[in-house]
Design a protein around this ligand. Sequence first.
Ligand code: SAM
Length: 322
Amino acid sequence: MTKLGRLYSLFDSVELPENLPYTQCSTWELEFLYLLGRHHLTGQGRIVELGSGGGGSTYALALGLSESPVFDTRKGRLHAYDFFRVGKGTFASEKFFDSGHKPADDNSFLDDFKRRLGPFLPFLEIHAGDLWQTSDPEDTTPVEFLHIDIAKTARVFRCVSERFLSRMQVGTVVLHQDFAGPRLPWLHHSTGALLPYIEIAGPPIRSTLAFEVTKPIPADVLKRITEDDYTVDEKLTLISAVQDRIDRDHTDGIPFKSVLELSKAYVAHYDGQHRRAWSLAKPLQSDAYLSRTRADHFEQLKKAYAKEPSFLDKLVRRTVGR
Ligand SMILES: C[S@@+](CC[C@H](N)C(=O)[O-])C[C@H]1O[C@@H](n2cnc3c(N)ncnc32)[C@H](O)[C@@H]1O
């Protein structure tokens, strides 16, 4: 069993308060964050949450840290990064406001966040704003823990990789939230590239994949991940390698092999290869989980394919010169 794997046996011991802040994470994921804070993390390296939202995940982790026998709340810090505001392109929900919707005159939920996290503010360091602005490109401090619930676009993932994954060391723990999101294939192929240097904790916890770094990661691997320096074929091979390691999630609700197959379709889709994307996605429509939860993904991929000119169209256009 992996070092992190032993935490799975402690799920039953966790009792989170009922009045946790609104969260987009599942109870299982919150419990795992609590367990990490309570039983695993030390505070010797940076403890970082990327994408704190309204503070539900932050609260669970901070509660665990506050009850830890080794984390020193006077010296240790939990770094929380988020826009802490709603608006176009933020991926933040109005539910992160206490009232559940945005007040007419204010788009920031930072004060609501601070109120909820009140007991933990003394050891919380809040970084409010766009991650590209609030993270320090010069900071090379080793990272002990990364909760990544922010990498919803390739642009943000690049920042996560350049400024945070690059600071991983042997022992660093990473949680990828939204690992069950086929539209975020960068989470999947980057994990594939890291496989020789990490140990996956066990089955994903709902949508979260947890791993620990077990061998030093060569700088050129991290550089390739940051620069997205893989061909489509290489990315598909890397995702297949992850498929070989994980199957259904801990609660038996999410079939990751199928999810990752649909992620491959998105690799092709983002590369403009819509025919190839649809040929990867089409057979997955018979997967009960995907057809129930990802109908919009199939719709999107099929539409893009339908719009793509056929080989014959392209040939005719080339022949008549338009
Ligand atoms: C899925 S939510 C986080 C949910 C949260 N962990 C919870 O427990 O409910 C993703 C968060 O990422 C933040 N985010 C996305 N892109 C960002 C960026 N470039 N800079 C800062 N925050 C960003 C959004 O503001 C949003 O709150």
